[in-house]
Design a protein. Structure first.
Length: 129
């Protein structure tokens, strides 16, 4: 039996490549990068605020499918094609997380899949109950 368990949910965009939406190894869950695809249409949100919100919603859906929630996130990586949007990420993140906030990195990139302006991945740790 494998020590790793793939996680999948229809509430987040299906994987568009050779990867899982998330993989659980023990109590740790590694969430793959989420871009702002609407899971029903697989189309990108247009507005940057909507893109950031959609990414958090997609991450939340995968976290819940793994048996956790965003409160269980210990590390969040944010990839932006324009670091000028980082204030919007902070503003939106405050609606999804409370203290203690996860550790976080923000990385400026030249491009993201499907022309997205933002992508995020995360690591969460589930309680051992």
């Amino acid at each position: 039996m494998s020590f790793k368990q793939p996680i999948a949910t229809a509430s987040a965009p299906k994987a568009i490549g050779t990867y899982s939406q998330a993989v659980r190894a023990g109590q740790t869950v590694y969430l793959s990068g989420q871009i702002p695809l609407n899971p029903q249409t697989m189309e990108l949100e247009v507005d940057i605020r909507a893109q950031i919100t959609r990414v958090f919603e997609n991450l939340r859906a995968v976290a819940r499918a793994a048996g956790g929630d965003l409160d269980d996130v210990v590390k969040l990586n944010v990839f932006l094609t324009d670091l000028g949007h980082f204030a919007l990420v902070n503003e939106t993140m405050a609606r999804y997380f409370s203290e203690p906030y996860p550790a976080r990195a923000a990385i400026g990139v030249a491009a993201l899949p499907k022309g997205a302006a933002v992508e995020m991945d995360a690591i969460l740790v589930l309680s051992a109950d």
